[in-house]
Ligand binder design. Sequence first.
Ligand code: PMP
Length: 323
Amino acid sequence: MRYTPDRGWHDAKIGPRTGLDMHPATKTLHYAIEIFEGLKAYRLPDGGATLFRPDANARRFQSSAERLAMAPLPEQLFVESVRALVRADRDWIPSAEGASLYIRPFMFGVDADLVPDPASEYLYCVLANPVASYFKSGDKAVTLWVSDTYTRAAPGGTGAVKCGGNYAAALVAQAEGKRQGCDQVVFLDAVERRWVEELGGMNVFFVFEDGSLQTPPLTGTILPGITRDSLITLARGMGLTVREERYGIDEWQADARSGRLVEAFACGTAAVVTSIGEVKGREQAFTIGDGGPGPVAARLKSALTDIQFGRAPDPHGWLDRLF
Ligand code: PMP
């Protein structure tokens, strides 16, 4: 679908993937005027299919567009475009355990000039791909690398929205983590280099021995994850206390050593809920619990995926059934 100031959004079409013909001066290639979303369609036990909270993705897409001075895409149009593609691709929604159809809506400025001002014309596309589990390690706990050299988002920056530039800037840290034998990077805040913010593509939760949970607050430098929000609701529904409060990397290390912290896990649309077993990159690596997957993460993951795959009731009205 295209946007021009005179016609608004127009020319919506669904078809096989084709190449895009772009002028070398296309603004986005130079100034990263690009935003995206990630969500999934799930196969239901009766053969139907559902989306999970696409309205939340539509709202986040809208706030990403605002932050990058891009044209707004009405939330209803976003949701309708995703529904239409999934219906067209219905045979591609996997039914294997844990598998789903990953959906990637994205939008970028297409004006062909080298002036670094907001774009006026846009292309909005949606891709869909069947996916299995995110981590090759399956349900094993992952190892994190604490990036001391790089930060992901500074106050006033774009950390709270989903734009391609955030990910480009994080790649070097991911590569550093991989070289150190870690699965993912955990980023600290850019000001004090102390507060745990999030992973490259996931929010993070901590579980304490008193059974309470904590997750970093949405201070403007982390992405407001839809999985994060859903898990807070589910955990509170189980009677667990959830604090949205800052947590320092040194406290994390000390609490893991003393046993006050019993579990930590990461969450996101792609990875769902994944336990964190070990953290490296400080002077000394530290292990969380016994280094394996934790019971609270497992319980929350089941609660979430049971709703997503239609195995449990949907008391919060999160499912958007397509057929
Ligand atoms: N943080 C970052 C940086 C991400 O890219 C993602 C994935 N969208 C998340 C957190 C988790 O967000 P969600 O639960 O909406 O997938």
